[in-house]
Design a protein around this ligand. Sequence first.
Ligand SMILES: [Zn+2]
Ligand SMILES: [Zn+2]
Length: 284
Amino acid sequence: MRIGFHVRVGGGYDAAVAYATKHGCTSLQFFSGNPKTYRVGAIDTPALQKFAAARTAAGIGPVAIHTSYLINLASEDPKTVFNSLRLLKNDLAVAAVGDVAYVNTHLGSYGTRERSAGFATVVAALEEALDGVAPQVSLVMENSAGAGQLCGGTMEELGACVRTIGHPNLRVCIDTAHSWAAGYAIDTPDGVARFFDLIDREIGLERVVMFHFNDTQIALGGHRDRHWHIGEGLIGIAGFRAIVEHPGARGKVAILETPGEEDDDARNIAALRGVLDGAPVAAA
Ligand SMILES: [Zn+2]
Ligand SMILES: [Zn+2]
């Protein structure tokens, strides 16, 4: 697998590449702008191209943009969907000029309406975003923790999006903490095998290009989105080991979105590297 962090780019792209390189990353994820605003900045093509060249020189790629947390493609408010689409399309355009393969997005919440009505809104929004997408850029739907009316908490719902839209550049990211919170028991080899079978049946494993590797202390099926350090939560080293050893994960990208500062990052990526190297399971 290609592994890396969600890195801060506020200190400049060079610092982000240096940080990823220092920790041995072979991939990374970043926000293209402030993730808490609907504002869209001008696209700085030379800076993005320089960032891409620096990543290539460091052996980092493919990489991902994570879209703004404000995005809601399922909203009953057309203005919210319009603003969300503007953010999403901007990230797809940034990805196209910046040699970013994946634009990872949450789908949003249906609010108070019927899921079927919300689903039609999500499908229409994704189709619009994919219209004219650069061939080398994929729009990646991230599974949610499935709280309340959140879209994308089940493999069935993500699979329905994939099949309804039928676009080759529509892909899927599986966040392990969200999967656990949505009720998928991925802490054992059997549980992981069942989960991958379900993904393959509903979505197709070839559509899954990326994982967010986060452990969690939320109870199984707790529908809450809290990330924790790798091997120090309920998924545990055994769960992550089963995931990385599954053929469905081979060669794909794994991004850590674990909390904390640099010492935590170092510990988390060391834990992941240990899992990938087949080191013996250590007590957390
Ligand atoms: Zn996310
Ligand atoms: Zn999360």
